[in-house]
Design a protein around this ligand. Structure first.
Ligand code: TYD
Ligand code: MG
Length: 453
């Protein structure tokens, strides 16, 4: 049977029968590359020969929760869902240079100190380099064993013999299997290597952490290619100019997804940030037009974040809409609702919107805070400095209550805020010390605060 070439997307792993400039599956440009032809299998149906059957079991019955080991790095343990689960495979993705190796070296050392034998395999740095970094980070005494190797067959033989409780593979894109013909970093190699490591984790009860670089061009397969194979997917993100780093769980078979851990990159490695709200709100010493504090929830934890908007006359025929840390589509929707339901146009105006501190906000609960920031900048009226805002905006212009109102208010009060703006019908509960103003519609809020609408 003739082997047909196949093409796959290095961003999402989708397989295509022919090359094209843009991947239909994920929309990325220039990420499709030719793969070594898949060896055509036997090419016939299973036929009449019987398999040996599989054992079936009932849904009923009690399973004990998986045992977990805590590293002592609370921010990391939280994101993992309460600690490291044996026999689990974890992918840590992130841009090159964001601090993945630093984080995982610190994590491996913490787990080693908590009693888990740990092995750290670097395919990118020499052992001496890793050792030097460890010493600089004050981890020299931790019982982490190092190897600098990229041949996965050799690595697996060692892991099989050593049976560590934790193995860190940095990075999956540098690993190669001699059974796969394509180059290291190709979709086929990355997939096969991840598959071997995940089966090793399940077979031997070792927790395996894979590092994956997020790649911008199509030469190297990105971490999304292996997301579906692992139990837990964490992304390590942050703005390059900021020292804050956020570890975000986007998939977790053993805990809540959407949980975040906040770190700060210092001269001595990554430091945990136990109170992110205080950090994201630092240097707000006076009320400024365009600045609004959003009371958000990240995972199981309330986090206050400052939204900053700048609305200014535009010299361009098509004014700019620039968003950092929020969804651009959501901004477009809020602008449309402001125009259609409140009669406030933004034509001819540039709109810049930013979440301070490098946080990324995905909750629709931020809608009202976004609208408030936009209006505050447009009208050049500062909102009270001790006010937090939350609420979802519907296309009709109505404000919808959001979940965990009480937690949001509690966090705001803890950080010294005394007022909140929320949708009518929010279950504000009994949180004392906060004056909550409830608004039924966006137009009501505009009329109340800006005297227009
Ligand atoms: P690294 O962990 O090597 O990134 P990745 O593995 O994601 O590619 O981190 C690299 C950056 O972190 C580098 O630019 C220097 C910075 N850094 C510090 O600021 N302080 C430190 O203590 C360490 C180890 C790194
Ligand atoms: Mg690295």
């Amino acid at each position: 049977m003739a082997k047909t070439p196949s093409f796959s997307c290095t961003a999402c792993g989708a397989v295509h029968s022919k090359w094209s400039g843009r991947c239909d599956a994920c929309g990325a440009w220039n990420t499709i590359v030719e793969e070594a032809p898949l060896s055509a299998g036997p090419g016939k149906a299973l036929g009449a020969a019987k398999g040996k059957g599989v054992a079936l079991s009932d849904l009923a019955g009690s399973e004990p929760p998986p045992p977990r080991t805590r590293s002592g790095l609370d921010e990391l343990d939280r994101v993992l869902g309460g600690g490291l689960v044996p026999a689990s495979a974890i992918l840590v993705g992130g841009d090159p240079g964001i601090g993945k190796s630093t984080l995982l070296l610190q994590a491996a050392a913490s787990f080693a100190r908590a009693g888990l034998p740990a092995i750290y395999v670097s395919g990118e740095e020499a052992s001496a380099q890793v050792r030097m970094r460890a010493q600089r980070l004050g981890l020299g005494d931790a019982a982490v064993r190092l190897a600098a190797e990229t041949n996965l067959r050799d690595i697996l033989t060692t892991l099989d013999a050593e049976r560590p409780a934790l193995a860190v593979i940095d990075s999956i894109q540098t690993m190669w299997l001699d059974t796969v013909e394509s180059a290291p970093g190709s979709v086929a190699q990355v997939r096969a290597a991840a598959h071997e490591l995940v089966s090793f984790a399940k077979r031997r009860g070792t927790a395996v952490i894979l590092v994956g670089h997020v790649t911008k061009d199509g030469q190297i397969a990105g971490p999304r290619v292996v997301e579906h194979m692992v139990d837990t997917v964490l992304y390590f993100e942050g703005e390059r100019g900021h020292q804050f780093r956020i570890l975000r769980a986007v998939k977790n078979r053993f805990g809540p997804a959407d949980e975040i851990g906040v770190f700060e990159m210092t001269g001595d490695g990554l430091a945990e940030v136990a109170n992110p709200s205080a950090l994201f709100l630092s240097d707000r010493d006076r009320a400024t037009p365009g600045s609004v504090v959003f009371a958000g929830i990240e995972g199981t934890r309330p986090v206050l974040a400052e939204l900053q908007a700048l609305v200014a006359p535009s010299p361009l025929a098509q004014p700019r809409r620039t968003v950092v840390g929020l969804d651009g589509g959501r901004l477009a929707m809020i602008l449309a609702v402001l125009e259609a339901r409140c009669g406030i146009p933004f034509t001819g105006l540039d709109v810049y919107l930013n979440v301070a501190g490098g946080l990324r906000v995905t909750e629709p609960a931020a809608d009202l805070a976004v609208a408030a920031a936009l209006l505050s900048s447009r009208e050049d009226v500062a909102l009270p400095q001790d006010l937090v805002v939350f609420g979802e905006i519907s296309l009709s212009g109505a404000l919808r209550p959001v979940g965990q109102t009480e937690n949001r208010l509690k966090e705001a009060r803890k950080l010294g805020f005394s007022g909140a703006l929320a949708p009518a019908g929010s279950k504000t509960g009994t949180e004392g010390g906060m004056t909550v103003r409830e608004m039924p519609t966006l137009a009501a809020f505009v009329g109340d605060t800006f005297g227009a609408g």
